[in-house]
Ligand binder design. Sequence first.
Ligand SMILES: [Zn+2]
Length: 281
Amino acid sequence: MTSRGEVRGSGWAMRSAGRVGACLGWLVPMAAAGVSGCQKPDPSRTGTEGSGIVIHYGTPADSDREGAAFLRGRKVAEEATSAIGALVDVDRPMSVGVVSCDGEGSSCDPEATRVKVCYDEVSGTRELFRRTGPRRSDDAVAAVMLETLFHEMAHALVDVLELPVHGREEDAADQFAALMLLRKGAVGEQQVLAAAEAWQLSEATNEDADEGPGTHSSDGRRAADHRCYVYGAASGRHRGLVGPDTLPDERAKGCAEEWNAARASWMTALASHLRDGWTLP
Ligand SMILES: [Zn+2]
């Protein structure tokens, strides 16, 4: 798999092109038939890591073993759920399934607050990076997966907390992912930029990608958005981002304002749900 896409909720359009990464899935077939398409979670591999959000690791398909080992070893889901648990008090059960999906794409079921992330996105992301030349580090691959998880969990939070969303929810979910990463500082900035690079590579390999209703912005647009957020948050460290093929000068000028608006929108939406002591740097 070399593309990034997303599935969200029953009836949601699944992207046929683009990087794999949104908010459906595994619970609809599971509820209907026990298991279908994605693996049944293995209860022995379930934990909450103190966040109140349950993580299920499905038994990987043979082709997903490397991806499964990578995600478990890097504790990507644990980091995401821990960060969300520290952010907000969610009084409804939420869960994250890390599973084999047979190319279906990461997703989130809005009604059951379940997020699904696919093992094969690890190999898909590696393949995207491989096409550019020197192999990117495991850190970059893990960053893309973490960004995907935060994006999916944004959808889940919108549903479970009934948050207001201004503009397209897909764009808001990207902004939430950026928010959760950029608050980490320089490390998070590099993680957002790794995700942006993956989006750009995905755009280059999916020339027919479109922006239909309810779907994401194009992958190229998402790459530029992420770079704009990084530049807007820390322009002094990222002047090299500005360029015609990365972040056009005209867009760059407004990125501080753009990022502040995106950040403020989420902070306002989450205000009554934030845990005591949670702050942005
Ligand atoms: Zn999404």
